[in-house]
Ligand binder design. Sequence first.
Ligand SMILES: Nc1ncnc2c1ncn2[C@@H]1O[C@H](COP(=O)(O)OP(=O)(O)OP(=O)(O)O)[C@@H](O)[C@H]1O
Ligand SMILES: [Mg+2]
Length: 345
Amino acid sequence: MATDSSTLPENTPANDAVPDRMPLLQIQELHTQFETKQGTVRAVDGLSLDLYEGEVLGLVGESGCGKTMTALSVMGLLPGNGRAVAGEISFEGKDLLQCSAEEMQQIRGRKLAMVFQEPMTALTPTMTIGRQISEAIEIHLKLSRQASRERTLDLLAQVGIPSPQSRFDDYIHQFSGGMRQRVMIAIAFSCQPRLLLADEPTTALDVTVQAQILDLIKSLAQEASMTALFITHDMGIVAGSCDRVAVMYAGRLVEEGPVDDVLINPRHPYTQGLLGSVPSLESEPGDRLFSISGLPPDLASLPTGCNFWPRCPLADERCRAEEPVLEQYGESQAACWKAIPLQMA
Ligand SMILES: Nc1ncnc2c1ncn2[C@@H]1O[C@H](COP(=O)(O)OP(=O)(O)OP(=O)(O)O)[C@@H](O)[C@H]1O
Ligand SMILES: [Mg+2]
């Protein structure tokens, strides 16, 4: 279906929603790897991504494509032997990859926060949740113990935890999965960060609770004029909550752009596949919609050329031999030799 943006010549801004200013966060050519017995696992493989002040960017892609490792690279919290071996992550003009552990700790508390996919790994089981939140507030906002306690109670109420007074002294194991996520959100918001990274909760939460959690983050972020990265599998959440969307496949960015453009005119066959498995009002006879069969590649032995060619119904010789580069399509970008060109009116 043609939209206003698809009728514009290339490189012409289609609307005012995409700001003409420096990104708050700029990831450039990030390579995050794990050394394993099977070889080097390329969890993030040359990813470049910009996040502009005040926007909500959705990061989507199949399980294992590198979404969490991207966010943890930004936070400086990669697990085990994971390392950001190359690239730059510029935040407020500073390269986070060059910061010392102490500097990162300061930035994390005050400017950057993350809602983790697995709350139990990020929370301290031996400390009451009230103290975990209020201690962070005391340290980073330099408030008194009493003022921190009051702010903690307000936050717990704000994230929808009933009877905050009586829950203040509870431990995390006393909370359900959804409530743990809410505690994580309270911690993430406690120091009023400029940038929030929200990783989709996977374990045990049903889709309704997940949607509620992301709605909560979205409304809190809006109130506080926060910039946010939403990691999700759910294109419905992207459509409802995000301004722009970035699609990852096997550690690489394959498509990126305003939600209205990418969801209606996906140019990469992988994005089309992700959307093709969702019934769409926009699909018309002849549209290249399909479900993706097969599995993502082994990140320790990636194919030559495009990472997606083994699963792509459109792949040809060039796709198998040459890695596609990101091309601009109006306000969006896609890395595919077979990308659908802009339709001129
Ligand atoms: N500790 C580790 N050792 C080796 N490889 C790892 C380790 N942790 C992650 N990886 C690799 O990094 C890749 C990216 O993982 P990541 O957690 O970022 O995926 P994801 O996109 O967040 O997936 P999901 O949607 O399931 O959360 C995985 O495919 C995995 O192979
Ligand atoms: Mg993940």
